[in-house]
Design a protein around this ligand. Structure first.
Ligand SMILES: C[S@@+](CC[C@H](N)C(=O)[O-])C[C@H]1O[C@@H](n2cnc3c(N)ncnc32)[C@H](O)[C@@H]1O
Length: 392
């Protein structure tokens, strides 16, 4: 902190639009302030929590003029300096979805130069009780949640976004652990994992198909997510029997399974060994799927070297950082007739869509799903086609 630091100072701010990351934008003496716990249009007193050469971060600690969309947070642990798990407990669920839709369309415009009106699709919940995979921090044996951008533990006795069937782990000490995970599967089976005991498998069911997953491995955390995303991908790609497809970042084989059931020959690529092992078992009845374990960029490079010239369809579901230019180039070079891009970060999506755009692929549809109620997180499915068939 320098002498001219204003961290800790309380400012009066007129709160402007929502921004990616769970905060709104305000200005103080010309400087941008990212304000948490506020809503657009509010007048607030906000305490500065961090200062960089470009921005201030602040928490609204008193609301002078509340938004009509403000509610009392359902969770007693939500609020400035408290649990950092949720971003929008103070907004009603309709407003949360409107704010997140705004974030997606603003991010696409700002980073990707893409104009798109977004409507957030709901999984039919009220934003609570959805999270089937909970990771709690443990400090000195005590479980809880970290405060926002901090390693200060906030002890809690329950989490309202946790699925009610996740095992109870907050009522006891976890000596020597740094985290404890509580997981429930779609079949109601549970697992508790710590740093010392992270083994365990569960079965998840999607459209009557069974997927074995490591309890601590990747699986969508909202119980409706796998079905909603599979349906969106299949509706977007419209696979035709006999077509060839790539499932990139394929996890335990979720999208590959349904593309193969639709009659496609699928090459699925995934980096995680355990996920590929599970995929091998999950897809054993689908001989039209080839599984490759490795980095997507390297595996595609090798496949092209071995004669892969084109594919009809691609689904990609990369991690938060996105696929990146090299992978997007490789996909476009295979001239698919359609690409379904499943994205958990709108900024990475916007960057990759821009690259696709420069390579002649436009957006034929872009759907957004509120699969992470109370938090700023968003899931999107963009469908791309060679420019003549697309609108974006
Ligand atoms: C968002 S998950 C999607 C998994 C799967 N599509 C699903 O829906 O269950 C991203 C997956 O990409 C894998 N991954 C991350 N980086 C990778 C890379 N460079 N190459 C291959 N796989 C990668 C992760 O292990 C993870 O399983």
């Amino acid at each position: 902190m320098t002498d001219d630091s204003i961290v800790g100072t309380v400012l009066e701010l007129e709160v402007g639009p929502v921004a990616h990351g769970g905060h709104c934008v305000a200005r103080y003496e010309g400087q941008v302030v990212f304000v948490r716990h506020a809503l657009p249009g509010e007048l607030v007193h906000a305490r500065v929590t961090a200062q960089t050469s470009k921005y201030l971060h602040a928490d609204a600690v008193q609301v002078l003029t509340p938004s009509p969309h403000r509610i009392e947070p359902p969770c007693p642990y939500a609020g400035p300096g408290r649990c950092g798990g949720c971003d929008f407990q103070h907004a009603n669920i309709v407003e949360q979805r409107r704010l997140k839709a705004t974030v997606v369309s603003d991010t696409l415009r700002r980073i990707g130069g893409i104009e798109r009106n977004i409507v957030m699709e709901s999984p039919g919940d009220d934003g609570l009780g959805w999270r089937t995979r909970m990771r709690y921090a443990v400090v000195n044996g005590r479980p809880g949640m970290y405060a926002h951008r901090s390693h200060d533990l906030i002890p809690i006795d329950r989490c309202l976004i946790a699925h009610p069937d996740t095992p109870t782990v907050l009522d006891r000490q976890w000596p020597d652990a740094s985290s404890v995970q509580a997981v429930v599967s779609s079949e109601g089976k549970t697992a508790v994992l710590t740093d010392h005991n992270s083994a365990g498998r569960l079965v998840e069911v999607v459209h009557n198909r069974r997927f074995r997953v490591e309890a601590g491995g990747f699986w969508q955390v909202h119980p409706s997510a796998p079905t909603m995303l599979v349906d969106a991908v299949m509706a977007g790609l419209e696979p035709v029997e006999g077509e060839t497809a790539l499932d990139l970042y394929s996890g335990v084989g979720l999208f590959a399974a349904f593309l193969a059931e639709a009659g496609c020959a699928v090459l699925a690529v995934e980096g995680d060994r355990d996920a590929v092992k599970n995929a091998r078992r999950n897809l054993h009845d689908l001989p039209a799927v080839t599984l490759e374990q490795g980095d997507v960029d390297k595996v595609l490079n090798a496949a092209v070297g071995q004669g892969l010239e084109s594919v009809d369809l691609v689904v990609l579901d990369p991690p938060r950082t996105g696929a990146g230019q090299a992978v997007v180039r490789r996909i476009a070079a295979l001239t698919p007739r359609r690409v379904a891009y499943v994205a958990c970060d709108p900024a990475a999506l916007a960057r990759d869509l821009k690259t696709f755009g420069n390579l002649g692929y436009g957006i034929s549809s872009l759907r957004a799903f509120d699969l992470f109620g109370m938090t700023h997180h968003i899931e999107c499915v963009a469908v791309l086609e060679p420019r003549s068939g697309a609108t974006g």
